[in-house]
Design a protein around this ligand. Sequence first.
Ligand SMILES: Cc1cc2nc3c(=O)[nH]c(=O)nc-3n(C[C@H](O)[C@H](O)[C@H](O)COP(=O)(O)OP(=O)(O)OC[C@H]3O[C@@H](n4cnc5c(N)ncnc54)[C@H](O)[C@@H]3O)c2cc1C
Length: 375
Amino acid sequence: MDLIEGAETQAARAEYTEWLEAFLPADYAADFGRYRYDTAFRRRHQREAFAAGWLVPTWPVGLGGRGLGPEAAVAVRVEGALRNAPKLVSVQSVGVAAPGLYEFGTPAQRARHLVPTLRGEQDWCLGMSEPDAGSDFASLRTRAMLRDGRFVVDGSKIWTTQADESQWCLLYCRTDPVAPKHRGISCLLVDMATPGITVRPIRVAHDRMDRFCEVFFDGVEVPADNLLGDLHGGWGVSLASLRHERDMIWVMNWVEIERARRRVDVAAARTDRDDLRVEAGRLATDAAALRFTGLRVAAAAAAGRDAPEFHILKLFGSETLQRAWDLVAEAEGAAGLADADLTVDGLEALGATIYGGTSQVQRNILAERVLGLPR
Ligand SMILES: Cc1cc2nc3c(=O)[nH]c(=O)nc-3n(C[C@H](O)[C@H](O)[C@H](O)COP(=O)(O)OP(=O)(O)OC[C@H]3O[C@@H](n4cnc5c(N)ncnc54)[C@H](O)[C@@H]3O)c2cc1C
């Protein structure tokens, strides 16, 4: 991998930085604690990033992108991270649903959903996990039976992030109860306003955290045209979705690690505790390793190669993130305890080793598929 940035990357970085600095209010850095929870502001950022082609920079012009290569796109995301660019209100809409629609959608589905999703006018939730099918996703039991040009859905999902605020759901259902588990699943685009859907938010540890919900489907009718991808081909759609999700997650983790590191560095400079300084140094090294590994994966993608390193990004990023916020709490001591934002950051980091595939499952993937170890 070439660590010297090419002309495209340099130009993209400079142009994006200029755009972002013009967008952010003068008091943004000083008042980040308020802006980070300002949903209207974050939605405006999404719309303007879409219009300027910075939302999904690798995508074509007109779809929130500017056709950049993966290395330049990573450089843009890293630059945004360094400036604490506003977070999307619904990360799964842009990071998972939109790529799924782009890759598997019919022309009519793309025309109906893509631009509104990217502009933040249609939010999506991901209906994958069920009470008895989390890591073992292929065991899902929610059924969708095709009758008279409609799927009729019965069953339930759990841990569905922002289901109560989303207009649409990317819903995975069993459409062939007889086929082997992973060959009988289909993905449906479900309008959350359809009769028969009940959404029950799950109480979370802090009211500033994203909510997740239980979602119940009772005889819900979904037009057959809302099938995404092939009938019984939902396993392939889900694998692509998970890849998009993990692609997005490592950068999200890195962004948060860098934010935590800035606090650790301030606290470490004020103390004479050598152990804290050593940990701050380890964290800096690990954050850099995560970033360079991500860049290596991007370089491989640009060269049309698969990179086995991809499979350590989610695991290493989420575990480092938890260490990072623990270290902030340790370094700030009693002052940190009084900071509600730090509580939220620490709690959200706990979920990072679970969503998008738990650490244990990531280790299984590394052992079996990358290292070729026996089961
Ligand atoms: C913040 C957050 C947001 C989420 N958002 C969504 C969402 O929007 N949509 C959605 O569908 N889901 C969502 N989830 C759910 C998430 O995908 C599941 O929690 C995850 O897949 C694990 O499933 P589970 O909770 O059923 O745990 P289980 O699969 O029951 O696992 C329990 C424990 O057993 C371990 N384990 C399981 N199988 C193995 C194995 N084969 N080898 C070794 N260890 C194993 C796991 O690592 C874990 O420690 C979210 C979760 C969190 C925390």
